[in-house]
Design a protein around this ligand. Structure first.
Ligand SMILES: *Cc1c(COP(=O)(O)O)cnc(C)c1O
Length: 457
């Protein structure tokens, strides 16, 4: 399988090159050149363990990695999870909940970033190359990325977070990793300041080449690919527990996770509509409800990992909505850049409504959902998952699988406010307080950060 850019201005690249490239060189996102179908193999796939299933799915897209190597990479990636099921499904209050938080940082991003870290290490070794990852985080991505590459050969990682503006658990998760190849930089500024510095460093092409900068954000195809697997797994588990008409509910920020589900459906997984759950940052809900894709200011909510306005993975879906016409897609992206919005035809909106439904949850409803679900079932939801559960509860009759994207102990404040009890801390969170910390405070200044990276590669 080779990869093409959504913008259509660059030639095809292999899987390994797509992993190393992240963003396509014409500014588009990489996609496989065709969508493989597994529609006639579902019965066999349903019998497999998580890792076996991951191999069957991922190998369709990674022809340039030999079977034994790929199996080893998958085993290694998911051995860091606390359950061999990796993404188990439990049924609570009539809803299926697929728990994606059993990895080392207790959020679903581990499923993708554990694999991406191992893929990077494997490809770099083969090519005798080095990589210096730079990223900005408002919390979850940074910690999952750090855990994905800690201690690995030929990779350094520099993660910028806004000093004092990430949750206590997130900060401890990042700064308690003291491996030599991990650098936590606490910026005296906001998340946007951190993000601007990272973008500017990547924009300096000479610097980027010289210091072999790489990114781990959710536009990397390998991240989407790793996530496709759990839609298959979750569907099979829910079927075994009696589900009929299966709808996935996905708490969404960058559209990465839900795009993986849409892709699984294109591969032949018989899903009914995908349900896109948002918080008060509801650009994607406005788009699905009435074709209004226009930027507004980001507001802070109880579910901070979904506090996003422009969803970086949305372009991948738009490419399919435009019937794989790169020119039409490029026009839409240009419109967004110049006017801050994209417009859609009524035909396009008909296609959107055939695939997606949506629901936007306020802070008040998030808290209420955590409380009522706990009272009814004894099960504690994290605030992101609660946005999904409240969407499912608002909708018509179907079997809903709500993706649980984080462990409640990662966001204890709102959970305690809602239930009156602090969520129980798993061992991996409880032990963080006593670990040594490694973090450098740094001025909100591009040159300072560039110097720091240059001195530590
Ligand atoms: C990143 C994140 C999301 C949003 O995922 P996207 O792929 O950006 O849509 C939801 N919940 C949690 C806990 C996250 O960390």
């Amino acid at each position: 399988m080779n990869y093409i850019s959504t913008r259509g201005q660059k030639g095809k690249v292999s899987f390994k090159d797509a992993v190393m490239m992240g963003l396509a060189e014409d500014g588009g996102l990489l996609l496989p050149e065709s969508v493989p179908s597994v529609a006639d193999k579902l019965d066999e796939l349903a019998k497999l363990s998580y890792n076996e299933l991951a191999y069957e799915i991922i190998s369709l897209f990674a022809a340039d990695i030999p079977e034994t190597d790929l199996r080893t990479l998958i085993e290694k990636s998911y051995s860091s999870f606390t359950t061999p099921e990796v993404a188990p499904v439990v049924k609570k209050g009539g809803i299926y909940i697929q728990e994606l938080f059993h990895g080392p940082t207790f959020a679903f991003k581990d499923v993708a970033l554990q694999l991406l870290g191992n893929l990077f290490e494997y490809i770099l070794k083969e090519r005798s190359e080095k990589l210096n990852i730079i990223g900005a985080t408002s919390g979850d991505t940074g910690s999952a990325a750090i855990y994905g590459v800690r201690g690995k050969d030929n990779i350094n990682i520099f993660i910028l977070h806004p000093k004092g503006r990430v949750s206590a658990v997130q900060e401890m998760q990042m700064t308690s990793v003291t491996d030599d190849n991990v650098f936590n930089l606490a910026i005296e500024g906001t998340f946007d300041d951190a993000q601007d510095i990272v973008k500017a460093a990547f924009g300096d092409i000479a610097y980027k080449k010289r210091y072999k900068l790489g990114a781990v954000n959710s536009i990397n195809w390998a991240r989407v690919l790793a996530q496709i697997v759990y839609y298959f797994y979750g569907y099979f588990q829910a079927k075994k527990q009696g589900a009929q008409k299966v709808r996935f509910v996905v708490p969404t920020g960058n559209f990465g996770n839900i795009f993986a589900g849409y892709f699984a459906k294109m591969m032949g997984l018989p899903l009914d509509k995908m349900i896109l759950a948002t918080n008060e940052n509801n650009i994607l809900s406005r788009f699905i409800n009435n074709g209004d894709y226009s930027k507004k200011d980001v507001v802070q909510t109880y579910s901070p990992s979904m506090d996003i306005q422009i969803a970086s993975n949305f372009e991948r879906y738009l490419y399919f909505l435009c019937d794989r016409d790169s020119k039409a897609l490029s026009e839409k992206m240009a419109e967004l850049k110049t006017s801050g919005r994209i417009s859609f035809s009524s035909d396009e909106m008909r296609n959107v409504h055939a695939e997606f439904a949506t629901f936007s949850t306020s802070n008040e409803l998030t808290e209420k959902t955590i409380k009522e679900f706990y009272d009814k079932t004894g099960y504690v939801l994290d605030p992101h998952t609660a946005c999904g559960v409240s969407a499912a509860l608002s909708m018509a009759d179907a079997d809903y699988i709500c993706l649980s994207t984080a462990h409640p102990a990662k966001f204890p404040d709102v959970v305690e406010k809602a239930t009156g009890l602090a969520p129980e801390k798993p061992e991996g969170i409880a032990k963080l307080e006593n670990l040594d910390k490694k973090c450098i405070t740094i001025e909100n200044d591009l040159e300072r950060v560039k110097d720091f990276v240059a001195k530590h590669v």
